[in-house]
Design a protein around this ligand. Structure first.
Ligand code: PAF
Length: 280
């Protein structure tokens, strides 16, 4: 695997390949787990050349969030990426990505960015979409892969690609889970042993909601309220549990029976904010 700290280096390395080969891209912030590695392997099914990136993007962290403490495990990540057959790793530092303060941003529809996670993390999706567009311009892939665990991120990026006519196919990877149902996340490492044992409850609440809806329950508000109360009763601080339309994450109305639905949840356990979702 070739490692490129600069944009020029990556572009030079891809210049020849680009003409004959299809390039797949998997952007990450490092601290890689099996979910990321699954995306790398899936990328190989879609392309001849697989490019990953590792860049902890300051723009998508709020002032009181964990940018400084975000786990950085570059050596281990490189070993895992090489083992997964990744061809090129783009690993810039902040000076390379933001040599001057970034003054141009992707402003998506606030109906997409200011809801759910965006309500709890103002500016997060603006910073995320901005860096992803910049990475797309640097790598110029034909296909890019993102995990469904960050469902709102995926929805925003699909819309960005469509509305800005970017010639990139977005492929979604299923969420990878531990045996007890907890969605794999770089932030799971923040959990104490007791919190780790409690953490699968978020997924269990989403499974419970999905089962109730599949079973014919149509009082969505009651399901959301009961799930929030169950989490709170076990020491969580829920941000939301919400049943939404998959396409645009607007609130689902039971009456509009044809919409494909997803139930999403975000809650804090101790200091760690966990998110998860399930398609219904
Ligand atoms: O999902 C992530 O790890 C990040 O949001 C991404 C897409 C790499 C952009 O920084």
């Amino acid at each position: 695997m070739q490692i490129h700290p600069t944009i020029a280096g990556l572009r030079a390395a891809l210049a020849d390949a680009r003409h004959q080969a299809r390039v797949a891209f998997v952007p990450t912030m490092g601290n890689l787990h099996d979910g990321h590695i699954g995306l790398m392997r899936k990328a190989r099914e879609h392309a001849d050349v697989v490019v990953a990136s590792i860049f902890v993007n300051r723009l998508q962290f709020g002032p009181n969030e964990d940018f400084d403490n975000y786990p950085r495990t570059f050596k281990d990540d490189c070993a895992r990426l090489a083992d997964a057959g990744v061809d090129h790793l783009f690993a810039p530092d902040e000076k390379e990505m933001y040599p001057t303060p970034q003054r141009y941003h992707v402003e998506a529809d606030p109906a997409h960015t200011d809801i759910l996670d965006g309500a709890a993390r103002p500016g997060h999706f603006r910073g995320m979409a901005t860096v992803v567009l910049k990475l797309f311009n640097i790598v110029q892939p034909q296909v890019a892969l993102f995990g469904k665990k960050d469902y709102q991120q995926l929805m925003i990026l699909r819309n960005m690609v469509r509305e800005l006519a970017l010639p990139i196919e977005i492929v979604a990877g299923e969420t990878t889970r531990a045996d007890d149902g907890l969605a794999l996340s770089s932030r799971n490492g923040y959990l104490s042993a007791a919190e780790r044992a409690e953490a699968p409850r978020l997924n269990r609440q989403l499974v419970w909601i999905r089962e109730r809806i599949v079973g014919g329950e149509r009082d969505f508000l009651r399901l959301e309220t009961e799930a929030v109360a169950e989490l709170a009763a076990h020491g969580w601080h829920p941000d939301y549990i919400s049943i939404r339309r998959r396409s645009d994450l607007q609130p689902a109305k039971a009456a509009q029976g044809d919409d494909a639905l997803v139930v999403l949840g975000a809650a804090k356990l101790g200091k760690t904010r966990l998110i998860d979702n399930l398609e219904i």
